[in-house]
Each structure stands twice: as C-alpha cells, then as structure tokens.
Design a protein. Sequence first.
Length: 69
Amino acid sequence: MSFYVYIISNNKLGTIYIGYINKLKKRMCRHKKCVGSEFAKRYNLKTLVYYKEFTFPMPAIRREKQLKK
C-alpha cells in the first residue's frame, strides 16, 4: 500500500490545500466532484500541483505537517 502527501490549488486565487491520503486517485476524483472537503469546495481547489508517494504512513504524515508549517 502507498501513502501520499498532495497539494491542490485553484490557480486563480493561489489558495492551496495540503493533504495526506492512501488512495490519491480516488481522492482527486472526490475533489473534482467537490465532495469530502468543505475547504476545497469553497475555494474550488481541483488542480493537483504536487504529490509524493511514501511506503509507510508516518513519513507521509511528517511531510504533510512539514509542508503545512
């Protein structure tokens, strides 16, 4: 199983969302349908601008927290 840290944006206002998930493709489909994240829905965040794959969850969680700082 893979774990991902990802960043999505709306390209207009420069708003970004940083997340951690184990099924990136499924999560991106949900973002495109504006389902699952009120923040992403409010700011129309649908464009994937960065992702990194990890083998274990803890390094992915640490990287997500690092990016959020």
